[in-house]
Design a protein around this ligand. Structure first.
Ligand code: 6SB
Length: 324
């Protein structure tokens, strides 16, 4: 399972946890403006906005899991098994494969409003990257500095939801996740009066009791509620380090520790990496399961007008600041 979210202080931040039991050899990947983006069923984009994000680069193609472009528009793909449905090619539409979707949108759009215009012409097609890399059943969160949407391609067609909470997890579909928040309207960072009954005296014997009932398990519906509550009540300083520090704390509220979620015998899903991109400054920060030190790659330290991909292998061994 995965969780993605947005967060704003002075600047704007977008990131995600990638929860899985295996790695695809992903690395922080910078795509400059003049790297030619090819599409299987649509015209190529010889030049486009520059992108930074996490990708598996295969045959010199950046298979982005999540990315941000130089304008700040950001997008993440999360698992959506049993629900995601991709269509045969349709004449008169932009036929884009799910693995091309992030380059297609982030290459061309500056804002969510612009992305919505492209989405109205898109048909997400069932075209594999390769036999070894078949279609992934994904849905996506797209966000700019002021709003966020969710895109779900299902049997009935392409659905685009406004996302007022700026959080996405996995199944079930997004409209359910949002509705499900109604069931938690009593949850609060503060403790309410005794509404249970005036006939019994009930005491506040612990801090945090306003949150009793907030789910703590790793199911997707539970992570959605937990992440939304934690994010929407978040308080932090607005400097860069206070903001990204807080962002990683928000992601940790739904982190998966190895051992707690068995996906097949002896195999466990865990949070392989957590990312946080400063959408305004184009700085991609991440931590990995093994390495809790934050690493950063700044897109503006690259040649934006370049032609070739740049990849930065993940710094994956623990960094300990030994004091004596
Ligand atoms: C599995 C991940 C979602 C994490 C998640 O939600 N895990 C819970 C599993 S579960 O819900 O518990 O079952 C998703 C997120 C992004 C995906 C890549 C996108 C590019 C590319 C697309 C190609 O078509 C296939 C290969 C490809 C590298 C993809 C592999 C994989 O699909 C990635 C990593």
């Amino acid at each position: 399972m995965c969780t993605s979210l947005t967060y704003s202080t002075k600047d704007h931040y977008f990131g995600r946890n990638l929860d899985l039991e295996l790695s695809y050899g992903e690395a922080v990947t910078f795509t400059p403006r003049n790297f030619p983006f090819e599409f299987r069923k649509a015209a190529s984009l010889p030049n486009h906005y520059a992108l930074i994000g996490m990708a598996a680069v295969v045959d010199n193609y950046p298979l982005y899991f999540d990315a941000t472009n130089e304008k700040g528009l950001s997008m993440a793909g999360l698992n959506f098994p049993e629900n995601a449905y991709f269509f045969p090619e349709v004449d008169g539409k932009d036929n884009i494969s799910p693995f091309e979707f992030i380059p297609w949108i982030l290459g061309q759009c500056e804002t969510v409003i612009e992305a919505k215009k492209l989405l109205s012409k898109i048909n997400l097609v069932n075209v594999n990257f390769s036999e070894q890399l078949p279609l992934s059943p994904l849905h996506w969160m797209i966000a700019d500095q002021s709003q966020s949407i969710v895109v779900e391609s299902v049997k009935e067609g392409l659905k685009v939801y406004d996302n007022p909470v700026g959080v996405l997890t996995n199944n079930p579909p997004f409209d359910y996740q949002l509705f499900n928040l109604n069931n938690y309207r009593h949850i609060s960072p503060t403790v309410s009066d005794n509404n249970f009954s005036q006939q019994v005296e009930l005491t506040v014997y612990s801090r945090g009791m306003g949150g009793l009932g907030l789910p703590g398990d790793l199911s997707s519906a539970s992570r959605f509620v937990k992440a939304a509550f934690t994010k929407l009540n978040s308080v932090s300083g607005d400097s860069e380090f206070e903001s990204i520090g807080q962002f990683f704390h928000l992601l940790k509220s739904v982190e998966q520790q190895r051992g707690a979620c068995e996906v097949e015998e002896g195999k466990f899903e865990f949070t392989i990496y957590s990312s946080c991109c400063n959408m305004d400054k184009g700085i991609y920060y991440y931590t990995t399961y093994e390495n809790s030190q934050i690493s950063a790659v700044n897109m503006h330290h690259e040649d934006l007008d370049g032609l070739e991909l740049t990849t930065y292998l993940l710094v994956n061994s623990q960094q300990v600041n030994s004091i004596n």
